[in-house]
Ligand binder design. Structure first.
Ligand code: DX5
Ligand code: ZN
Length: 214
């Protein structure tokens, strides 16, 4: 699988979202990562479907929606309608994720399942035939700009071993930069979320390329 780069809009200039999504597209990103927080599952609030709908008009980028919500099932339809192309939710929030994964798949969207840094990777076993992408969090979710948790590299390798030859992508999110991207890829990561290291770089295209080619 080729490496995909998904810049996280959370690190962008929220006063200029139209310009920021166009900048992401021009930088050659594969996806746009959209962090949705509810103030319960994580101690922060971000944006809802109205914002996704508003930026949808300005780009053809794949919308990679990351739901950090206690009750993601209540919102997947709204995000699909707003223009999501993939929806990832947390196993911590939905311990029996089969129905919701099925629902996301039935809407024609990429099905993503995420775990926080303190959830054993083995807990993903049993769900691997019903997902398109695993998201291994490399920080505790809630805020951009946090320090990458080193153990995440080993957790990617564990996830890759569990996946075997299934066509499941491994995404990593949190503190990703050129330095750890190299090790994450070597461990089997196929999709890198990067907020601070792309949006806050002097040259976003160069930053995306550097992470992709690390
Ligand atoms: C963390 C979010 C991440 C975050 C990544 O709660 O899920 O997507 O925006 O930002 P950086 O790359 O700055 O750590
Ligand atoms: Zn995220």
């Amino acid at each position: 699988m080729t490496i995909k780069i998904s810049p996280s809009l959370l690190a962008s200039d929220f006063a200029n979202l139209e310009a920021e999504v166009k900048r992401t597209e021009a930088a050659g990103a594969d996806m746009l990562h959209l962090d949705i927080m509810d103030g319960h599952f994580v101690p922060n609030l971000t944006m809802g479907p109205v914002v996704i709908e508003a930026i949808r008009k300005h780009t053809k980028l794949f919308f990679d929606v990351h739901l950090m919500l206690d009750n993601p099932a209540d919102y997947v339809e709204a995000f699909a309608k707003a223009g999501a192309n993939g929806i990832t939710f947390h196993l911590e929030a939905v311990p029996e994720p089969e129905d919701l994964l099925k629902k996301i798949g039935s809407m024609g969207l990429l099905r993503g399942l995420s775990i926080n840094p303190d959830m054993p990777v083995e807990r993903l076993e049993g769900h691997l035939d019903n997902v398109d992408m695993l998201l291994i969090m490399s920080v505790f979710p809630g805020f951009g700009g946090q320090k990458f948790i080193e153990e995440s590299v080993e957790r990617v390798a564990q996830a890759k071993a569990l996946i075997g030859d299934r066509p499941v992508e491994i995404q990593v999110d949190g503190g990703v930069n050129v330095e750890n991207a190299r090790r994450l890829k070597a461990a089997g990561c196929t999709n890198l979320v990067a907020g601070t290291s792309t949006f806050r770089a002097d040259d976003m295209r160069a930053a995306v390329d550097a992470i992709r080619n690390a």
